[in-house]
Write a protein that binds this ligand. Structure first.
Ligand code: ACK
Length: 999
């Protein structure tokens, strides 16, 4: 029944089987006293028998606290049987109880003349009862009394208690108290209470204290579940207890723990989690503080509100966004609040007839999100004031108009000669929530005239021996009013070596004078003011065989007469057409033939409009008034001076024409004290400019000649001239943006060359840039052009020419043509790709002429796409007829824009592409892949001529070239030239490796 326990009840280590298991947490058991003799201040009044047995005595414990003790020491007498019984002790809920005894015991050997019956043990016993027994008198009495009070036989022995240490007489003398502590377990108990008894059979013992207790698992909160105080049941098994979640928490897995016999909690299983808005603090779920939130059930702490969001109250599940900030539906509460992006930047448009490529840069502010996409809205605008309507559904967007992830879109199938406004908007996941904050960038364009699309449907109406009548349907996209159709036909077997062309005003024609029984091939193309469209595919028709056609001589006469009168009528119409053309305008064809026959080769019809040289007018002011509108000076407000021209200041200002919106303009003024010649030359530019109407040519608004100062008013170009603009924005544009600008310039130059106008001074400084990065050709004139240009220098033949930009034949014998403009375009291309670098740097004009003449060409600018460098080299062909036409340049650039990937192949990193034109011409032209190569080439030139201050005359000197020298080169080059200089350094390094190093 009884079991020997260790010293003390609490503070024991966890059960052995639990050691090392993390989840096996133990908490020390709680001991609940049922009796503590020490706690009693008064007499304990336990039952003692017989009279001289156990005695209740007051004393002090080891701490001198008053206590009640029971002592017995009848060692000198035989047959001792002294009983001491506690009062009735209620068991309460305990099943197993513990008895802790503190006692002292005298060593029998230390007692002089002690009897042999002296004992050194006593017995501990107990008796369970349902209630307290009726008490008889206390102490004394005989054997019968003992039985009636103690019912000794009913007591069960728990154990015999021996002392671990007994004391002697000497200890007493020294006042050493040898206190023993023994604990015994009793149980399981079943009745409501019990008595304890101490039986002495002849020992000398003092019971200092008796404590009776049971162990209990205390109430506890573990894993956010609270477990009630629990009393262990029996000694064998653990009690499984179900915990309940603390306030503001939920069960994740049912919380459970086990209460051991030692009153320890073991093996917590399952847990509770704090509700959203609550976090675990001090074993409870407490509300999140303001400024914090918790959105989900869990043991995470409340998190700080993400940027641009706030929570003003406790227990926030999420933080509300600040004003003008939003959260998309799928955004997690941990994400910052965001806003719609700002407008896209640098929208540029590259117009190609009735298509336009729009390209833009990412918005400066993405609103803090990554889910950015673009939407392009197309509006067609007309009238004054401008009224816009959404574009026709036929307009196509490639790849599409909304949800664009890239920053470019191609819009096709627009109407020719029409104003369109494109609104490019960047959107993100929260744009839908803030319509008022949405921003877009708008670009307004005017489509060019476009040639009609090809005729696709041709029908044979009738065939005879020597004629065929045909009709066809108008092209699907006429892109303007169809002036006439060109019908080209030839015998199939002739293979186009000999063909006939005739013109038809309507959609039908009869081809006469054909051979019988012969197959003919035929192509038709339509013509509008924009020129000819593409030819239809070849259609094959056959005339009837001889037999199929028989006619009486009368009828053939009738037909002959009919044919002759038809021919006469046609001739008359042709005559009329020619006369009208002559008198009406210059723009119409100078070839009045309705039908012409060509022995071989191509039919080349002249341009629709031709440029008229104002100098051919006897009175140049007549030319001005023919091509330029006279403005009233009062309609112009000058704001500020923006630059200086040759004839006076260039100002910015505003022009307000009746019933038109005020517009920004540039105003060129003629300074006071001018001569007549100067006035004529000044206004000649307006006479020239006034003849042009193209989106890439600076538009003339009008002139003021009837009051002073004399002024030329043009559209205002916000970004000024291209060279300074590029220097200001060194390396800031994408390849496609640069190509877009170049394409615009080439398109303007194509228009000029089609008009028969040669610019002679094409250079980045003479290109103006507006706020949409649209580039326009400016600075028109004839001899004046070059007087005006600070770059122009006198040649040996007396002319003033901008040497670095001018083709060799124009320098040598003033052969200025559209091909010499193409050379200049190549130089301009180099200027653009090097962000405004000066061509040939600081070389003297003479050295440039010499180097170019010897076949040297500029090296590719840093990171220049190979295709563009190839185009430069093509433009710099010595043989001018081998240079590309501007039409070709436009189509090359269009291809690059359509395939931006090709721009990634750079001239500096790959071997230079084969220059076909050069090979064809067998020319000795040399170009360089890098500046180093260029310098290699220049080694043959005198030292001074190559680069100021640094001599690279031979390989020997190369390794000796110091960084200082290099810096000198950099230092002498004006403008943003770091690219060139770094490229120079790199190529010098490579070069140095190839040279023999001096010993
Ligand atoms: O580079 P810029 O600012 O742009 O300095 C020159 C200066 O006048 C002398 O030509 C500027 N300029 C010329 N025409 C225009 C124009 N239409 N719009 C804006 N600036 C212009 C040019």
């Amino acid at each position: 029944m009884g079991r020997r326990g260790g010293g003390g009840g609490g503070g024991k280590p966890c059960a052995l089987w639990c050691e090392g298991i993390e989840s096996c947490l133990c908490s020390p058991g709680q001991m609940i006293n049922l009796l503590d003799s020490k706690a009693s201040q008064g007499e304990l009044r336990w039952l003692s028998y017989p009279l001289h047995g156990w005695e209740e005595i007051s004393g002090v414990d080891e701490h001198y606290t008053p206590i009640r003790t029971f002592q017995v020491c009848n060692v000198m007498e035989f047959s001792q049987n002294n009983w001491l019984r506690t009062n009735w002790i209620s068991r309460r809920s305990a099943v197993k109880i513990y008895v802790e005894l503190k006692f002292t015991l005298r060593d029998c050997n230390s007692i002089p003349q002690v009897l042999g019956t002296c004992k050194e043990t006593f017995n501990l016993l107990y008796l369970e009862t349902e209630q307290e027994e009726e008490e008889g008198g206390r102490g004394g009495g005989g054997e019968r009394d003992r039985d009636s009070h103690f019912r000794e036989h009913q007591f069960s022995k728990i154990d015999t208690i021996a002392a671990d240490e007994s004391f002697t007489q000497m200890d007493l003398g020294d006042r050493i108290l040898k206190l023993n502590t023994e604990v015994r377990e009793v149980g399981p108990m079943t009745k409501r209470g019990f008595y304890l008894a101490f039986q002495d059979v002849g020992a000398c013992v003092a019971l200092v204290s008796v404590r009776v207790y049971f162990k209990m698992c205390p109430p506890i909160v573990r894993n956010l579940a609270s477990f009630p105080d629990t009393v262990p049941t029996d000694s064998q098994s653990l009690v499984e207890v179900r915990g309940s979640c603390v306030n503001h928490s939920k069960e994740e897995e049912p919380p459970r723990m086990y209460c051991s016999m030692e009153g320890e909690w073991l093996v917590p299983i399952g847990k509770c989690l704090c509700n959203p808005g609550y976090e675990e603090r001090a074993s409870a779920c407490q509300t999140c503080r303001p400024g914090f939130y918790k959105s989900a059930l869990g043991n995470a702490e409340c998190a700080k509100c993400p940027p641009h969001s706030v929570s003003h109250h406790e227990g926030a599940l999420s933080c509300a966004c600040e004003k003008n900030y939003f959260r998309a539906e799928e955004d997690p509460p941990s994400m910052s609040c965001t806003r719609p992006p700002s407008a896209p930047r640098n929208v540029i448009s590259v117009i190609n007839e009735t298509s336009v490529i729009l390209d833009w840069s990412w918005p400066e502010d993405t609103g803090g999100r990554r889910d950015l996409f673009f939407i392009v809205l197309c509006k067609r605008c007309q009238g004054q004031p401008l009224r816009c309507v959404p574009c026709r559904s036929k307009v196509r967007f490639l790849p599409w108009a909304s949800g664009l992830r890239n920053t470019t879109v191609t819009v096709t199938d627009l109407l020719a000669h029409t104003n369109y406004t494109f609104e490019v908007e960047a959107q993100n996941g929260v744009s839908g929530q803030a319509p008022a904050l949405r921003q877009y960038a708008a670009v307004t364009i005017t489509t060019n005239q476009a040639a009609p699309s090809p005729v696709t449907v041709i029908r044979k109406e009738s065939t005879s021996r020597n004629s065929i009548s045909l009709s066809w349907l108008e092209p699907e996209r006429p892109n303007g009013i169809i002036l006439d159709y060109e019908v080209k036909y030839y015998e199939k077997q002739e293979q186009e070596t000999s063909y006939t062309i005739l013109r038809a005003r309507g959609c039908n024609v009869t081809l006469n004078g054909l051979k019988a029984d012969t197959a003919y091939l035929l192509q038709i193309r339509a013509r509008t003011a924009a020129g000819y469209g593409a030819s239809s595919r070849s259609f094959e028709f056959e005339t009837s065989p001889d037999s199929a056609f028989s006619m009486s001589s009368e009828s053939s006469q009738v037909i002959l007469i009919a044919i002759s009168s038809a021919v006469a009528i046609i001739l008359l119409i042709v005559l009329l057409y020619v006369v009208i053309n002559r008198f009406c305008c210059h723009s119409k064809s100078k070839h009045p033939d309705e039908k012409r026959h060509f022995g071989n080769g191509h039919l080349r019809l002249p341009g629709i409009r031709t440029y008229v040289d104002p100098h051919t007018y006897e009175d140049p002011s007549q030319a001005v008034h023919e091509f330029a509108k006279e403005l009233d000076a009062s309609s112009i407000a000058i704001d500020k001076v923006v630059g200086a021209g040759e004839f006076g200041e260039v100002c910015s200002g505003r022009l307000k024409l009746p019933s038109k919106k005020e517009m920004c303009v540039a105003i060129k003024t003629l300074k006071a004290g001018y001569t007549d010649k100067q006035r004529r030359e000044f206004l000649a530019e307006a006479s020239i400019m006034g003849q042009f109407d193209h989106p890439n040519i600076i538009r003339l608004e009008g002139v003021v000649t009837r009051s002073k100062p004399v002024m030329i008013v043009t559209e205002y170009m916000e970004n000024g001239s291209l060279d300074s603009f590029l220097r200001k924005h060194d390396a800031q544009f994408t390849g496609i943006q640069l190509v877009g600008m170049l394409r615009g310039i080439a398109s303007g130059m194509k228009y000029l060359s089609d008009m028969g106008y040669v610019h002679r001074d094409l250079a980045a400084r003479n290109i103006l840039v507006n706020s949409n990065l649209v580039c326009k050709v400016s600075d028109f004139g004839l001899s004046r052009v070059l007087e005006d240009d600070p770059e122009a220098a006198y040649t040996t033949r007396g002319g003033k020419i901008p040497i670095r930009w001018t083709a060799p034949e124009a320098i040598a014998y003033r052969k200025f043509t559209s091909s010499s403009d193409a050379w200049s375009y190549g130089i301009l291309l180099w200027e653009v790709m090097s962000y405004g670098e000066r061509p040939y740097w600081e070389m003297s004009n003479q050295d440039v002429i010499k180097a170019v003449d010897e076949g040297y060409r500029l090296p590719p600018p840093m990171d220049c796409p190979a295709a563009l460098y190839q185009l430069m080299l093509d433009c710099w062909q010595k043989e001018r007829n081998n240079r590309p036409k501007f039409e070709h340049i436009v189509s090359i650039l269009d291809k690059l824009i359509r395939n931006p990937g090709t721009l990634k192949i750079t001239a500096n990193t790959t071997s230079r592409p084969t220059n076909q034109l050069l090979e064809q011409s067998g020319s000795e032209v040399t170009s360089w892949d890098t500046v180093g190569d260029w310098m290699d080439g220049m080694r043959t030139l005198p030292c001074k001529e190559a680069f100021s201050g640094v001599c690279y005359s031979s390989c020997d000197t190369m390794p000796k070239t110091s960084t200082e020298d290099l810096k000198k080169v950099g230092g002498t080059i004006a403008g943003p030239q770091k690219n060139i200089v770094s490229s120079l350094k790199a190529s010098l390094d490579t070069h140095t490796k190839n040279c023999p190093v001096p010993v």
